[in-house]
Design a protein around this ligand. Sequence first.
Ligand SMILES: NC(=O)c1ccc[n+]([C@@H]2O[C@H](COP(=O)([O-])OP(=O)(O)OC[C@H]3O[C@@H](n4cnc5c(N)ncnc54)[C@H](OP(=O)(O)O)[C@@H]3O)[C@@H](O)[C@H]2O)c1
Length: 286
Amino acid sequence: MKKVIITGGNSGIGYQAAKQLAEKHCQVTLFCRNEERAKNACETIIRETGNPHVTSFLADLSDMDSARQAAAAYIKEQENLDILINNAADFDLSVKKPVLTKDGLEKQFATNVVAPFILSQNFMSLLKESDSGRILNISSQGLQAYPFIQLDFDNLQGEKYYSPSKTYYQNKLSLLMLSLYMRKQVKDVKIQAIRVPSVKVDIKRYSNLSYFMKKLYQLKSYFSISPDKMAKTYVTLATEDGYKGFLYTEKCQEVKANRFAYDANAQNRLYQLLGHITSPEANRKN
Ligand SMILES: NC(=O)c1ccc[n+]([C@@H]2O[C@H](COP(=O)([O-])OP(=O)(O)OC[C@H]3O[C@@H](n4cnc5c(N)ncnc54)[C@H](OP(=O)(O)O)[C@@H]3O)[C@@H](O)[C@H]2O)c1
């Protein structure tokens, strides 16, 4: 029985992926920030799949301690892990200025980049011990609209100016770069990424949005695939062999990432920066 952790497995694509993995007899652990939503998701998946091995750990991924504590609690309880899916993401278009976490980080950057880094580091030794250790990082097809995007190291956390969508695409580029860097460093764990296209979202989850933005989301849904369909790609890459490349579309076709993602110096700089941000010395200063 493969053991899988999926972050943000209580809704959208993450929920459908958790359910499909449970159908495939995996042991599935959701990392979620809300106890009730996590419990509801686990109960529904167990009821609908008949697989009792679906549990959750509480983890607010915008909070470094919470991410670390959830990882430590899982390791203590489970002792092994085959697949980590960094799916959760913070993307709230109603936010107009940077929101700082208790660690002093901008919240989207903390959730979308720092947390996948922390979880990957914390679970690396378990994944190395697995005979099919994998990390799947979730990116966005929207990056295709910015073919010349570069990582702006001076504005990673909205220091100069802030827009939730620009920050999100910087986060998703960062995640691709982090994945590519780690692929070079770690040989016995398969590290891959998925490029998610427009996927239907539950508009009830976006209560902060203006009437106009809600209408835009409704319009977007006509051109979107279902979370269930998208989740099939997660499951294929998580459980099947034969996919040796880096970045895959919803049709499991290998594609190139944005050109800047392959910049080795920038990857190294980002990796060092994340190492510094998450180091005990940096945390003591906060
Ligand atoms: N939908 C699209 O069109 C689209 C397009 C490109 C890429 N993607 C990517 O696909 C992935 C899944 O997106 P989705 O459409 O399924 O979105 P979703 O339904 O909004 O799910 C996002 C999940 O992330 C969780 N999350 C957010 N912040 C968190 C935090 N601080 N700690 C723990 N969990 C947190 C949410 O938990 P709560 O329920 O507690 O909020 C939720 O479970 C994301 O990486 C997203 O960037 C989606």
